[in-house]
Design a protein around this ligand. Structure first.
Ligand code: AMP
Length: 280
């Protein structure tokens, strides 16, 4: 496994690499969810490139960019165990040589101005722009993203489609702890007591999924009940939502493919999660 930090070196190395090439973009501090993405990439790609880059443009001014955990050596060990070929770990200057406020931005407004986009203005423009840059830098045939960040996955699928990026996006199901909590680098901001309460987020959206599977379509009351249960458990709720999985529009009785999504602050951590339901 090679670590590459310079763009010119990456491009030169990739020219010689066997195809198909699979890209796994991450911000590092890897856990079993990220490793699953790399493992899936290994199954289908002759060359696997995992990127580790904490992208400043997707963090708001009061968010955790400075304290986001950076653990490159440990991350490399985890990736070596599943057989990544190249770890691309560039500096901020390497990715944004003229500064972070590039005049060109990628925005997927209709999908970004909702859910997490309301609480994190500009976040998805930062994500969409850096992911587009990574697509152009690495030029993979396959790119792997987690379903855990459903809105992000939806935005990336849409931008690849709208901008004719010649690759296939593969969504990987969320990897969870035994008690249901979705693995996330931000879980380590939870105290022991908060960590014990955190699975309530998953239980809440699961309860809504079971309601939908049983035929309920009283979306507002399902949402209101979920939100009040989370508040009772000490979460500061950003949203509980039932959406069309692909368009992220509010669910209607005609919706077939639902996504139930929630975001809430618990102590020092902002947690997100989602589950799906397909009507029969
Ligand atoms: P991040 O480092 O948080 O930007 O995440 C990098 C990639 O890993 C994204 O595509 C995430 O959706 C994915 N990911 C993060 N957590 C999980 C998880 N628990 N299960 C599956 N994929 C995940």
């Amino acid at each position: 496994m090679m670590r590459i930090e310079q763009l010119v070196e990456l491009r030169a190395t990739l020219r010689e690499c066997p195809r198909p090439l699979g890209l796994v973009p991450t911000m590092g501090n890897l856990h079993a969810g990220h490793v699953e993405l790399a493992r899936r990439a290994r199954e289908t790609s002759a060359t696997v490139v995992t990127t580790i880059f904490v992208n400043p443009t997707q963090f708001g001014p009061n968010e955790d960019f400075d304290r986001y955990p950076r653990t490159l050596e440990r991350d490399e060990e985890a990736l070596a165990s599943v057989g990544t070929d190249i770890v691309f770990a560039p500096s901020v200057d390497e990715v944004y040589p003229d500064g972070r406020d590039t005049p060109t931005r990628v925005s997927v407004d209709a999908l970004a101005d909702t859910l997490c986009g309301l609480d994190r203005p500009g976040h998805f423009d930062g994500v969409a722009t850096v992911v587009t840059k990574l697509f152009n830098i690495v030029q993979p045939e396959l790119a792997f993203f987690g379903e855990k960040d459903w809105q992000q996955l939806t935005i990336i699928r849409r931008l690849a489609y709208d901008l004719d990026v010649p690759l296939e996006i593969i969504g990987v199901p969320t990897v969870r702890a035994d008690d249901g909590l979705a693995l996330s680098s931000r879980n380590q901001y939870l105290s022991e007591e908060e960590r014990a309460r955190a699975p309530k987020l998953y239980q809440t959206i699961e309860a809504i999924r079971i309601g939908l599977a049983a035929g309920r379509r009283d979306f507002d009351s399902l949402i209101a009940r979920g939100a009040s249960e989370l508040a009772d458990a000490g979460f500061d709720v950003d949203y509980v939502a039932i959406r069309d999985a692909r368009t992220l529009a509010e669910a209607s009785p005609e919706t077939h493919e639902f996504r139930i999504l929630a975001a809430a602050q618990l102590g020092g951590a902002r947690l997100i999660d989602n589950v799906g339901h397909r009507a029969g």
